[in-house]
Design a binder for this molecule. Structure first.
Ligand SMILES: Nc1nc2c(ncn2[C@@H]2O[C@H](COP(=O)(O)OP(=O)(O)O)[C@@H](O)[C@H]2O)c(=O)[nH]1
Ligand SMILES: [Mg+2]
Length: 482
């Protein structure tokens, strides 16, 4: 691997990128040149995975049976997280019950109690969901006029008119109405309902519009798409179109009139009756489980919010240390060992804030992985260029020496730090068995963060701050030309 020393490139040597490449130990122009090139072209789209049209929903989304103990266990975990939250509060907040966080904690505890109480609920709520004009309103009115009257357990059947919203949290069963084979967007919506923990039943409406043969084949196609998920499909006609009836009169005339056929809901109402009679408890438990999980999520978000307040100053501290060391020895320390060490320390420190313990060895490996990612994705190059041109226009006199290296090191450290915070937060919201420390998977995160910060005035402000942290000889701010 041959790297030209940046100093040869002239006064504005973009050494930071080469510096990172050195640390990483190989040039990105090897296996990563294609990526780098595409980024330079600004296409930036290569990483968007091409989504093949999903023919069916993957089975792992199927909801298993839920028991009371599972719900209670999650609720006690919520309580435990609230206690963690309280323990981690800064002393002054901890001592001051008027702080807003205490109201949030009280609200959470109340919700825990409500969810526990709801386990004994004896009524059910249905929500009717689907694309516009599939017949939701017709179905709701038909069901409530007939079937629901014989079902004292069913307290409500409500239409969700919003095209994308999830039904209310206390919905025990979602009736998903479609008027044809499921389209991609409908499948996705069903998928997110399952992900969110809703029980779903599909009502395939407007049967009267199809010839019997088509009905059967479409019904089968829908069934195939959702099989293995515990989703039943019922073919119905909630409000069949009137049909033309011709009657031969005695005088030979033909009288044409329209008749309103009866709705056909039996296959659905049979299924619903069966669900209500045999699975009401399961439906209630499933709702409680979903609510308990939502509470767990909220509790964790409250924790994350507090932790972020401790984490950001750590990142800032590290970014200025990185700036200082890169500035002080732009060539030698730019052999990246310094920054890897700094990033490793940052991983250990941030990990500690987020309750993840890393040995320094583990952290060093992770920091190496991240440095490699930065180079491979072309982010070092991009940010050095962006920062370089800002420095050139706004603070020409500072460009000498290691200013660019210092600012770049600070910026890259910050990006890594913020990505780590996001990463830890996201991990904390996953079930334990899904958590991992795969720092190598942080590419997308780093990328979008870099793209976001490159826009707007943020980068300029950052450059000013970074310069203020460098021990520059004539550290007078230069008038900036806006
Ligand atoms: N042919 C036929 N039309 C129906 C059926 N159910 C509803 N519709 C018609 O589809 C249109 C949309 O129905 P609506 O219930 O308002 O759909 P929503 O937007 O999903 O609430 C209306 O003109 C209904 O009369 C059905 O089973 N067969
Ligand atoms: Mg409607």
């Amino acid at each position: 691997m041959q790297l030209k020393r940046p100093i040869l490139v002239g006064g504005l040597g973009l050494s930071a990128s080469l510096w990172l490449m050195n640390i990483v130990g190989h040039s990105p122009l090897g296996d990563g040149s294609g990526l780098l090139g595409m980024f330079a072209l600004g296409s930036g789209l290569w990483w968007l995975k091409q989504r093949s049209p999903a023919a069916a929903i993957e089975p792992p989304l199927a909801l298993g049976p839920v028991d009371r103990a599972a719900v209670e266990q999650i609720l006690s975990e919520v309580e435990a997280r609230l206690n963690t939250l309280i323990k981690e509060l800064p002393a002054d907040v901890q001592a001051d019950q008027t702080q807003p966080i205490w109201a949030q904690i009280a609200q959470q505890r109340q919700a825990i109690a409500q969810t526990l109480a709801s386990l004994n609920r004896e009524t059910l709520k249905f929500a009717v969901v689907g694309n516009p004009s599939t017949g939701k309103t017709a179905l709701v009115s038909q069901l409530s006029e007939s079937w629901q009257k014989s079902q004292p357990t069913v307290a409500a059947i409500a239409e969700v008119t919003d095209d994308v919203a999830l039904p209310p949290v206390d919905t025990d069963l979602v009736l998903f109405v479609t008027a044809a084979d499921l389209m991609q967007a409908e499948l996705q919506r069903i998928q997110s309902l399952l992900k969110a923990g809703y029980r779903v039943q599909i009502a395939y409406n407007k049967q009267d519009q199809l010839a019997p043969l088509d009905r059967q084949s479409v019904l089968q196609r829908i069934q195939t798409r959702v099989e293995d998920l515990g989703i039943g499909v019922s073919a119905i006609a909630a409000q069949p179109s009137p049909i033309k009836v011709r009657r031969h009169q005695e005088n030979g005339d033909i009288e044409v009139s329209f008749e309103q056929p009866d709705p056909q809901l039996e296959s659905l109402t049979e299924r619903l009756t069966q669900l209500v009679e045999t699975e009401a408890q399961q439906l209630v438990m499933t709702t409680a489980l979903r609510q308990a999980k939502a509470l767990l999520n909220t509790a964790q978000q409250l924790i994350n919010c507090q932790r972020r307040q401790r984490a950001i100053p750590l990142v800032e501290q590290m970014q200025w240390i990185a700036a200082g060391s890169a500035f002080a020895s732009p060539l030698a320390s730019l052999d990246l060992l310094a920054s890897t060490a700094i990033n490793a320390q940052m991983i250990v420190d941030l990990g500690a804030v987020y309750g993840q313990k890393f040995s320094l060895e583990q952290a060093k490996t992770a920091a190496g992985t991240l440095a490699e990612l930065l180079v491979k994705l072309g982010l070092v190059e991009l940010s050095t260029q962006a920062l370089g041109s800002l420095l050139k226009t706004h603070a020409a006199t500072y460009v000498a020496g290691g200013a660019l290296q210092g600012v770049s090191a600070a910026y890259l450290t910050r990006m890594v730090g913020l990505s780590l915070i996001d990463f830890f937060e996201e991990q904390s919201l996953l079930p334990v068995e899904k958590q991992n420390s795969a720092f190598g998977e942080m590419g997308d995160r780093l990328q979008s963060l870099f793209q976001a910060t490159k826009k707007g005035a943020g980068l300029q402000v950052f450059v000013q701050q970074a310069l203020a942290h460098l021990p520059l000889p004539q550290a007078k701010p230069v008038a900036t030309a806006q």
